[in-house]
Design a binder for this molecule. Structure first.
Ligand code: F6P
Length: 320
């Protein structure tokens, strides 16, 4: 293995830059040449490559987003798109590719692996929705971002005695809602993985109201419905004055917290090690504090077994 490349794909996440930095530095440390591929698979098909030196990853460890930029590519799903990408990799004599992204990015990495390109996947998404890892790059930072926002909303919710319904990201996964909900003392958390009974929430809100509790925080993961829908329901069934806040893309930005930087460094370093050993077709992660290494197929097979339900139930118990 003489030359490797790295790309970021799908929704960006804080922690991608520390991972890129680790891949580039570890590769150079071991005498490899390393290329940055811009704009994910789109750049791979356009030949948007640049040889990276140490200075290219200087001063990025603390930066959110991805210096390589990112894209969601439909074109790369086609045979033609993949062929063009492989031609570019061959032209540059690149023997291995590190792909940092979510489920869709792993599918692209798997397609390349099956066509003979050595690839290793790193879990880069704020959603934490990748099987085979307890945490993805960017998830912890996103939870902290949501926590800080909800803390601020709580101030005004209390002053005005309102119920706030806060919508957070998570198309298919409630990890951000569950973790941030527990961190902010939310009364109810609604996630795609389990159906927390809406009528039970109304009972809790009404009982709280009678006890004199006039403000409340409810977290909704976007995958289960909109905050507006929940607000109308609460308005109809309780005496609460309600307001809605959709946090949106603020959750994807910001300087990565220590955990995401360390995860990026650890997995980025391991990816290079594996490529140097000639390994391909593996998705890396962290399980029970150890680096996990799985075939992509295993990752695609099932949804992650994260304890979302446990966290949501606990939040209810702690909200009395
Ligand atoms: O990357 C995951 C994610 O942030 C989801 O939580 C969200 O639904 C989606 O990306 C938004 O994607 P886009 O930035 O393309 O609108």
């Amino acid at each position: 293995m003489k030359r490797i490349a790295v790309l970021t794909s799908g929704g960006d996440s804080p922690g991608m830059n520390p991972a890129i930095r680790a891949v580039v530095k570890k590769a150079i440390y071991h005498g490899l040449e390393v290329y940055g591929v811009y704009r994910g698979y789109e750049g791979l098909m356009d030949g948007d490559f640049r040889r990276f030196e140490l200075k290219d990853v200087g001063n990025i460890i603390h930066r959110g987003g991805t210096i390589l930029r990112s894209s969601r590519s439909e074109r790369f799903k086609t045979e033609e798109g993949q062929k063009v990408a492989i031609d570019h990799l061959q032209k540059y004599n690149i023997d291995g590719l590190v792909v940092i992204g979510g489920d869709g990015s792993y599918r692209g990495a798997n397609a390349l692996h099956r066509k003979g390109v050595k690839t290793i996947g790193l879990p880069g998404t704020i959603d934490n929705d990748i099987n085979g890892t307890d945490f993805t790059l960017g998830f912890s930072t996103a939870v902290n971002t949501v926590m800080e926002a909800v803390d601020k909303i709580r101030d005004t919710a209390t002053s005005h005695e309102r119920a706030f319904i806060i919508e957070v990201m998570g198309r298919d996964a409630g990890d951000i809602a569950a973790w941030a909900g527990l961190a902010t003392g939310a009364e109810s958390i609604f996630v795609p993985e389990n159906i927390t009974a809406k009528d039970k929430m109304i009972d809790r809100l009404n009982k709280g109201y009678e006890r004199g509790k006039k403000h409340s925080i409810i977290l909704v993961a976007e995958g289960i419905g909109t905050a507006e829908e929940f607000a109308s329901y609460i308005k109809e069934k309780t005496n609460y004055d309600t307001r809605v806040s959709v946090l949106g893309h603020v959750q994807r930005g910001g300087s990565p917290v220590a955990f995401d930087r360390i995860l990026g460094a650890t997995l980025g370093g391991k990816a290079v090690e594996l490529l140097m050993e000639g390994v391909s077709g593996k998705a890396l992660g962290l399980e029970k504090n150890e680096i996990s290494i799985y075939d992509y197929e295993y990752v695609f097979k099932e949804k992650p077994k994260h304890p979302i339900q446990v966290l949501c139930n606990l939040a209810i118990e702690l909200s009395i």
